[in-house]
Write a protein that binds this ligand. Structure first.
Ligand SMILES: [Zn+2]
Length: 228
């Protein structure tokens, strides 16, 4: 269960009479915004051109704005690229994806992966029905995942490869050596050390929380560590 701040009724549609078959990923296109900023905005405002989403996600929180069984106006258009995915049979997830400098917030994406996994399970949605807004209408949304298709592919891969919702707690593993890490993380962590994104102490030891491994692999595959 995720917390809810109900969207202003003027901004979303009626109760669904179709099954939820698709999940559509968006980005808010703001910089440094939060999920809470967004749900508050959609609660407060009556939009001239009604728009809404079912969920807003940042690195800390996941908020419901439009309940699953109501139609959110997130991917409507005059013309469509996709044959069957519409507002009426999809859930819309908005990710707060850019920080105030325009950089990608990988931990927001990670949080959206966990939400998407939970919804896939709940509604029995296959990975082939997880789409970008772009795939439905051609809109440049979520821009970082349209402009860098690798980032999108990595999002899809993570849906099947990682386990959802790991809370950070006291017995959370901290890796001090690359050798202790799972193989899928080693090359990326090595690069991050070479680039001094991860620092080492005088004995060459590192300190990386287990939940951060996935983000490091992401950053690597998106080409972040290859920048000069
Ligand atoms: Zn969008």
């Amino acid at each position: 269960m995720y917390p809810i701040k109900l969207c202003n009724k003027a901004n979303y549609g009626s109760k669904r009479n179709k099954n939820i078959e698709y999940i559509v990923i968006h980005y808010t296109s703001n910089q440094g915004d939060t999920a809470l900023n967004n749900v508050n905005y959609f609660t407060r405002e009556t939009l001239k051109n009604p728009a809404s989403a079912n969920y807003f996600v940042d690195e800390k929180e996941i908020w419901v704005s439009v309940p699953d069984d109501f139609i959110a106006y997130h991917c409507g258009a005059k013309t469509y690229k996709h044959k069957t995915c519409r507002n009426s049979n999809s859930l819309g997830i908005e990710i707060c994806m850019n920080d105030k400098n325009g950089n990608i917030r990988y931990d927001s994406i990670k949080n959206a992966i966990s939400l998407t996994q939970n919804l896939m399970k709940k509604y029995n949605i296959p990975i082939s029905n997880i789409l970008r807004h772009y795939d439905i209408t051609g809109k440049n949304c979520p821009a970082p995942m349209v402009e860098n298709p690798k980032l999108w592919q990595e999002f899809l891969n993570s849906l099947t490869q990682t386990t959802p919702d790991k809370e950070i707690n006291d017995d959370m593993k901290i890796y001090t050596k690359i050798d202790e890490m799972p193989d899928w993380a080693k090359p990326s962590v090595k690069k991050a050390i070479d680039k001094k994104i991860i620092s080492t102490d005088k004995d060459g030891a590192i300190s990386v929380f287990e939940p951060n491994l996935q983000s490091l692999v992401w950053m690597d595959r998106a080409g972040i560590f290859d920048k000069k």
